[in-house]
Design a protein around this ligand. Structure first.
Ligand code: NAX
Ligand code: ADP
Ligand code: K
Length: 530
């Protein structure tokens, strides 16, 4: 499990060590970790170290100090180092160490902007150490001009860009982005992952994320955000026992599809079957049921009522529109049944405003904006799709808070939020997952896991996940599996939704073979998040 913290939490965890006079030690650990990560990355790309040029963009605070000390380490390894000071002041000890190591520092002003931008663009490695967790807002003045020019000319694309702690301009707490931001290939972050690196749009700019332990770990509070890794899936995914039968393994009821979108019902059923459910029962229009039967002979179709259908969980809404009154009525009855429900697409506008944690809503950004609008969106009636995309964590939290439901926001990073503010972020997927029907398969996977794991409170409690938060954990497990299946299904080229379902058992099998011990061993060191 990867834990994400706000910048404020990290700073609070540093506080006792700073009070004990260990500030300089923390900075040495951080900057050493940063320099080592740069060296590892260069070696991994087959580049030599000696003679390679590195430009470090330096802010006036401790983030700049980290960058200067790291550059001093790199200069000592024979790299040709230049520091661009974006403010008159710079961390004094860091600057002194940098200059002692043979580095050259230049002050960024209106008159040096052009020359220094060209110098930075030519560097093999650019380290962004302007703003860290102490930032208020984004880059300003000449620093903003330099980064805009680099991004505009596309020259930074040729350099290895490494962000120190966070890409400058990304809010460490929320992942909100204050443009311009230099998109990093790698973010080396200190003490623990920052929540803002695990949520979009911040995650878009972070590249791969490495955590460098600096000794504050014991002081960290409960994380603001969690991310399951393969070892967690291996531990938490259900496994049938020797005495299991199809009913004990969980039955999922599916209310999905319509004359306009019959395929959504098929894909939802295929997702559910691929995710190990004991049985799928389908309720819906006869023409859709007939297609479901043809595509998935395993599914039991009926035209009975929700009340007469004995299941452990419901999936409602995929491929349904506002005109599908009979299906929408079934969706509402499923929600009223008190059983766990995943409510997707067409069901979202049709459900009561106040729900419960065992109802998992699965909007994409546009649907979440509509949902928030319908709910009056608390204090902010202007929250549209763009606003959701600009501050995904806030939007998903707002929706979970207002509805009382568990909310899963789909996207490159999938966020899941329980109404008691237990949050997950999963990003195993690939952009090829952005294909029609992909969300229907995800709905099926969530439904299957709700049916299999929903009643197993103890299973989650053992992992420190409370009863009301287990719904978010189940949805996050499903998002993770869906992403892994998508990644496994593409050989770097296009992907169909059916392929995601077909590849899911293989992805499941692969993670089930991992042991938790291995994963924990890896996590105790600097670890890549993506
Ligand atoms: N506290 C510590 O001992 C440690 C801090 N570390 C580093 O220190 C960073 C936090 O350092 P700081 O608290 O000094 O803050 P930062 O270095 O993040 O930057 C804030 C500094 O820039 C100014 N500033 C804030 N917003 C600005 C903006 N939009 N434009 C221009 N200037 C702005 C502030 O007045 C402050 O001086 C972390 O991100 C991490 O890199 C690490 O070295 C680990 C140990
Ligand atoms: N750029 C992306 N990178 C990774 N995953 C993505 C990306 N865009 C979408 N996805 C994933 O693909 C699925 C798309 O679901 P959805 O938008 O409901 O599609 P549909 O309605 O066509 O089925 C979600 O699981 C989402 O997280
Ligand atoms: K930075």
């Amino acid at each position: 499990m990867i834990s994400g913290y706000t910048g404020t939490q990290i700073r609070a965890a540093e506080e006792p060590l700073l009070a004990a006079g260990m500030g300089a030690v923390l900075m040495q650990r951080a900057s050493h970790g940063l320099a080592n990560a740069v060296i590892r990355e260069l070696k991994g790309r087959g580049h030599r170290i000696y003679g390679t040029s590195v430009a470090v963009l330096v802010g006036k605070g401790n983030n700049g100090g980290d960058g200067l000390f790291a550059a001093a380490f790199l200069a000592a390894r024979g790299m040709s180092t230049t520091a661009v000071l974006t403010a008159e002041a710079a961390h004094p000890e860091g600057l002194a160490a940098f200059e002692r190591a043979g580095g050259r520092a230049h002050l960024l002003t209106d008159s040096t902007l052009r020359r220094l931008t060209a110098d930075v663009a030519r560097a093999d490695v650019v380290i962004d150490a302007v703003l860290g967790t102490g930032a208020k807002g984004g880059l300003r003045g000449t620093a903003a001009a330099l980064v805009s020019r680099l991004a505009g000319s596309g020259t930074s694309g040729e350099s290895l860009v490494v962000a120190c702690d966070v890409p400058s301009g990304v809010d460490a707490d929320t992942g909100q982005v204050h443009e311009p931001v230099l998109a990093a290939d790698l973010t080396v972050t200190f003490g623990a992952a920052k929540a803002g690196l695990l949520a979009d749009p911040g995650a878009d700019y972070a590249g791969r994320v490495h955590v460098v332990p600096i000794g504050i770990e014991e002081n960290l509070p409960l994380p603001a955000l969690h991310r399951f890794e393969a070892g967690d899936l291996s531990r938490l995914l259900p496994q049938p026992g020797r005495r299991s039968h199809k009913y004990s393994r969980g039955v999922l009821g599916v209310v999905a599809g319509s004359a306009d979108y019959p395929g959504a019902a098929v894909l939802a059923c295929r997702g559910a079957l691929a995710a190990g459910v004991g049985m799928v029962r389908y309720l819906g229009p006869p023409e859709v049921a007939s297609l479901v039967r043809q595509s998935c002979p395993e599914v039991v179709c009926s035209i009975g009522s929700v009340a007469d259908t004995h299941v452990q969980a419901w999936l409602v809404g995929s491929g349904m529109g506002p005109g599908d009154s009979e299906q929408l009525q079934r969706a509402r009855e499923a929600v009223e049944s008190g059983l766990p429900v995943i409510a997707d697409a067409g069901a979202l506008p049709a459900l009561p405003a106040v729900l419960a944690p065992h109802v998992v809503l699965t909007p994409h950004a546009g649907e979440l904006a509509s949902l928030l609008k319908r709910l009056g969106s608390g204090r902010d009636p202007e929250l549209d799709r763009a606003a959701v995309e600009a501050d995904t964590l806030r939007a998903v939290r707002l929706a979970a808070g207002l509805t009382g439901a568990t909310v899963l926001l789909k996207g490159a990073t999938t966020l899941v939020e329980s109404p008691s503010r237990h949050s997950y972020s999963q990003a195993e997927g690939t952009p090829w997952l952005a294909t029609a029907g992909s969300g229907d398969v995800l709905a099926g996977v969530i439904g299957a896991l709700l049916a299999q794991l929903g009643s197993d409170v103890g299973h989650f409690r053992e992992s420190g996940i409370g009863p009301d938060d287990r719904w978010a954990a189940i949805a996050a497990l499903a998002a993770s599996l869906h992403g892994l299946a998508g990644r496994a299904a593409t050989a770097g080229g296009p992907l169909t939704a059916s392929r995601i379902a077909d590849t899911l058992p293989e992805a499941w099998d692969k993670v089930s073979r991992l042991t938790t011990g291995m994963e924990q061993g890896r996590n105790s060191h600097a670890h890549p998040l993506r």
